[in-house]
Design a binder for this molecule. Structure first.
Ligand SMILES: [Zn+2]
Length: 84
């Protein structure tokens, strides 16, 4: 008697939602003590040709100035970014 094979296929679908946010805004940097251009982490990564992980590393090690916008998204000071 032969073996009976049953083949089960699953189809999956992923949906990715990308939030559109302004890549830069003007805002006050407490470290610089003045209004500066503030960048989103992705915009900062693009500017430095780095990935977002590197930007978060720079933030964690206080190599760049950053603050949060109204919804908690970090914004990075362009002045401090220019010293990297
Ligand atoms: Zn600053």
């Amino acid at each position: 008697m032969g073996r009976i094979r049953t083949r089960i296929l699953f189809e999956t679908q992923k949906t990715r939602v990308y939030r559109r946010s302004r890549p830069s805004v003007r805002g006050f940097c407490a470290c610089c003590g003045r209004d500066v251009t503030l960048l989103s982490p992705s915009a900062a990564a693009n500017l430095l040709s780095e990935n977002a992980a590197r930007i978060y590393f720079l933030m964690d090690t206080n190599k760049v100035h950053y603050c949060g916008d109204a919804d908690g998204t970090p914004l990075i000071c362009l002045v401090s970014l220019s010293t990297i």
